[in-house]
Design a protein around this ligand. Structure first.
Ligand code: ADP
Length: 404
């Protein structure tokens, strides 16, 4: 069974085509600059050369059409025609309290996702455009929605409620939702597999450290807490987002700096985090380089990020009453030897120790804890697309349709 995975952003579509029999990647690509005359498609079929094409792409429907065309292009494609695609799995950011798992997309489900637009005004609309485009271009092919929030949906009430008047939760749905759920779910399950243990008996802390960053406490496969909240702004220090902040700073800054709502939103979402602290970059590679050359602002940025993360790990060890496994994933988690090293220092009270040689090893998926460490520490490259494809394949199989 072949599954197409689509991740539609406001001006881009990321895609992968997977063969689910052996979970192999057939092709992957990215179409950027949708809505312009010089959109760029970068496509790679496994084992073939990467190709780049530039052409006008006015909207998401054209974008998905172009993705399908290159997938059955005689030179660069991997299938004969679209009927070979048995299901489409869509990454959808926000399912609010509507869904706690992946679902077959129907008119009712799309209506529910439209109700969630107020919670994710930048993300859900392009996700929905991608769904509608795929439905129009692949009529009759099952479409499945896989939500960033779903894994966190059953987080306990004491973890998702803010200490605001309760009426505001009831009126506006102001609560903690959590994001990156597909990634946390994947790496937690993979960590249990690597440890040769059952997920149901493990206490796991997963750190997804990319441009956006979040940490999740997982008890027996269920989310006990996660750092992102009502929006992906809460929690850790990120590339350009501030993470946790005294909320009183917002009105203070609006008054002192004469900022309106858009201005303050820009500041905390686009101008803070590593970029705001360092004044150099939101890219950890550049921060590390500048810190080594003695930039005190870069050192600050690195130290604040590490300190915040260590605080959360300690807090989540308390939430879980212990930790069996700590996982690092996403761009910084997978690649930054320095961040992993700094974060893992000073956890002797947890019995957590890493082996610096293993930490430096070029292997992508690896255990970096010492043999006598009570907590196993893993680096696991995330694979959200695989989870989306697995969920889509499972839902389609349960429909009883003969896989194509
Ligand atoms: P996104 O959230 O955009 O998907 P990624 O998961 O790709 O983000 O992570 C991007 C981050 O990973 C950037 O801060 C980048 O600097 C960092 N990163 C990538 N490679 C390295 C590396 N070798 N060393 C340190 N940081 C890295």
């Amino acid at each position: 069974m072949k599954v197409l995975v689509l991740n539609c952003g406001s001006s881009s579509v990321k895609y992968q085509l997977l063969e689910m029999e052996n979970e192999s990647l057939l092709a992957r690509g990215l179409l950027e600059r949708i809505g312009t005359n010089d959109a760029v498609l970068t496509h790679q079929a496994t084992g073939k050369k990467e190709v780049t094409r530039t052409f006008p792409v006015p909207d998401h429907k054209t974008a998905v059409k172009e993705v399908l065309s290159i997938l059955f292009d005689p030179a660069y494609g991997v299938i004969k025609d679209v009927t070979e695609i048995s299901a489409v799995g869509h990454r959808v950011v926000h399912a609010g309290e509507e869904f706690s798992g992946s679902v077959l997309l129907s008119t009712e489900v799309k209506e529910a996702l439209k109700r969630c637009i107020q919670l994710a005004p930048l993300h859900n609309p392009p996700n929905l455009l991608g769904i509608e485009a795929a439905e129009a271009l692949l009529p009759g092919t099952p479409q499945v929605g896989v939500f960033d929030t779903a894994f966190h949906a059953n987080m306990p009430r004491h973890a998702f409620l803010y200490a605001l008047p309760l009426e505001l939760y009831e009126k506006y749905g102001i609560r903690r939702y959590g994001f990156h759920g597909t990634s946390h779910r994947y790496v937690a399950a993979r960590a249990a597999e690597l440890a040769g243990r059952n997920l149901n008996e493990l206490k796991i802390i997963t750190c997804h450290l990319g441009n956006g960053a979040s940490i999740t406490a997982i008890d027996g496969g269920q989310v006990a807490d996660t750092s992102m909240g009502f929006t992906p702004l809460e929690g850790l220090v990120m590339g350009t987002r501030c993470g946790d902040l005294d909320p009183a700073i917002i009105p203070f800054l609006m008054e002192k700096e004469g900022l309106d709502i858009a201005g303050i939103n820009r500041l905390i979402n686009k101008g803070s985090g590593l970029l705001g602290l360092s004044g150099i970059s939101n890219d950890m590679r550049e921060i590390e380089e500048a810190a080594e050359k003695g930039s005190t602002r870069a050192v600050d940025a690195l130290n604040v990020l590490v300190h915040r993360l260590r605080k959360y790990i300690g807090a989540y060890a308390a939430v879980l009453d212990g930790v069996d496994i700590l996982v690092f994933t996403a761009g910084i988690g997978e690649n930054s030897v320095k961040v992993r090293s700094l974060v893992c220092q000073g956890f002797s009270y947890l019995g957590l120790y890493i082996d610096e040689e293993k930490n430096r090893s070029p292997k992508k998926e690896k255990e970096i804890s010492t043999p006598d460490s009570r907590v196993k520490v893993y680096v696991i490259p995330t694979n959200e697309e695989l989870v989306i494809a697995r969920d889509a394949a499972e839902i389609v199989s349960s429909l009883g349709q003969a896989p194509k």
